[in-house]
Design a protein around this ligand. Structure first.
Ligand code: GDD
Ligand code: MN
Length: 390
């Protein structure tokens, strides 16, 4: 006897099949046992076929299918709403003005009350045929997490290039150093988790980039108990992959955040790295102008500053704020506000350094203090005015 029929039997024949809440009439829909969370970006052609296969592989299971869509231009969210009108088990979390695979998965899981959650891609690369085994493993109650793995006996990569296999293996090795939880495929985007285990990791999650499973394992206060179920990664049939060259950078950000994030925000680390590159840019232009072309120092210094500010702006837009990247007109206004922020930052820098220099403070210490003030100022102000949360 499963939980629901147990409850129904205990309540007697007159009540519906769900547990009753005082003052609330029992509904006639079974409570959901497993939420299947599908992050989507431009997957309109995949949503209906996906509903069909889920329905086939999980007969008799009370599941719900939650698509978390970041306002895809191809109208994925609208397609999901159409499906939801025909099938009440389908839902959409439609996010606006944001991107990000990990955060989408987190919000999808949080949108459900089900005791178990599955995260799976929309593009059929993850083999839905192992869903019943994943669910059974959670139901048995002795594991927190079930991972669909390409690297255990019986799993595989489909036709991946040797380069991608090598990258994936290196990233896996780094991940295992980090989490201390032995998972053969910590990069997998296909897994099932108990809600209580997920909730324990939640306060520490970074939610950066693509690697939600790794994040989950690394954020758990105590090592998770894990089972792995093999599957063969398929090739994508419809739509396109969203993994680009920045995925590696996002992965590094996640590792940085899991290592130092508790002391300094990862964004700030990234902002300072970009600032360091800006100094290189500055000296390249200054040396070329002043030493190479004989440009007057003040002119060369001015040009170097202007170029360094712009290159910092574009690099921060690409790397530090990849999740809030400005485009089109917003890019232009972002550049304007960033210049203003940096100009006031420079004024604060000079003011503080000069004030200290007037006291009995060593000139190098004064200069460094001025630089620190302007870095923190630029970071804080640009996060408010240039890359504000929309
Ligand atoms: N909401 C949302 N927002 N969804 C996204 C975003 C985003 O910014 N980017 C990608 N997705 C969705 C895609 O629509 C797809 O359903 C899923 O996330 C995976 O994206 P793909 O572009 O197909 O990634 P992949 O196939 O290269 O890599 C996947 O499989 C690997 C192996 O399991 C990812 O899941 C990797 O994390 C994983 O390592
Ligand atoms: Mn894919």
């Amino acid at each position: 006897m499963n939980d629901q029929s147990a409850i129904a039997a205990a309540n007697g024949p007159t009540t519906a099949t769900v547990a009753t809440v005082p003052g609330v009439r029992a509904g006639d829909v079974r409570p959901v046992e497993v939420a299947i969370v599908i992050p989507t970006f431009n997957e309109a052609a995949n949503v209906q076929p996906l509903l069909r296969v889920i329905d086939e592989v999980l007969p008799g299971v009370a599941w719900e299918l939650i698509f978390v869509d970041d306002n895809s231009p191809d109208g994925t969210a609208d397609r999901v709403r159409e499906l939801a009108h025909a099938d009440g088990r389908v839902r959409v979390v439609h996010r606006w003005g944001r991107r990000g695979l990990s955060s989408a998965c987190v919000e999808g899981i949080l949108a459900s009350a089900a005791p178990y959650a599955v995260v799976m891609d929309a593009d059929f690369q993850h083999d839905e045929a192992i869903l019943p085994r994943m669910l059974d493993a959670l139901r048995a109650g002795d594991v927190d997490l079930v991972v669909g793995s390409r690297y255990v006996e019986g799993g595989g990569l489909g036709d991946w290039s040797r380069r991608r296999v090598a990258i994936s293996r290196t990233a896996t090795w780094m991940a295992n150093r980090l989490t201390g939880t032995p998972i053969s495929d910590p990069m997998s985007g296909f897994f099932a988790v108990r809600r209580d285990a997920f909730m324990r990791s939640l306060p520490q999650l970074s939610s950066i980039g693509f690697k939600i499973l790794l994040d989950l394992a690394a954020s758990a206060p105590a090592p998770l108990s894990v089972r792995e179920v093999p599957y063969v990664f398929r090739t994508r049939q419809r739509g396109e992959s969203k993994l680009d060259s920045l995925v590696l950078w996002e992965y590094l950000q996640l590792l940085i955040d899991k290592t130092f994030g508790r002391y300094i925000p990862t964004r700030f680390i990234s902002f300072m790295l970009v600032g360091g590159l800006g100094v290189l840019v500055h000296f390249t232009i200054l040396t070329t102008g002043f030493k190479g072309l004989g440009t007057p120092f003040a002119v060369a210094q001015g040009a170097a500053t202007a170029v360094a500010i712009s290159s910092n702006f574009f690099l921060n837009n690409l790397l530090t704020y990849s999740d809030r990247r400005l485009r089109g007109r917003r890019l232009f206004w972002g550049w304007v506000t960033f210049n203003l922020v940096c100009a006031t930052g420079a004024a604060a820098n000079i003011g503080v350094a000069d004030w200290l220099f007037e006291r009995p403070v060593n000139w190098i210490a004064s200069a460094l203090a001025g630089i620190m003030v302007s870095v923190v100022w630029n970071y804080a102000m640009s996060s408010i005015f240039t890359w504000r949360k929309r």
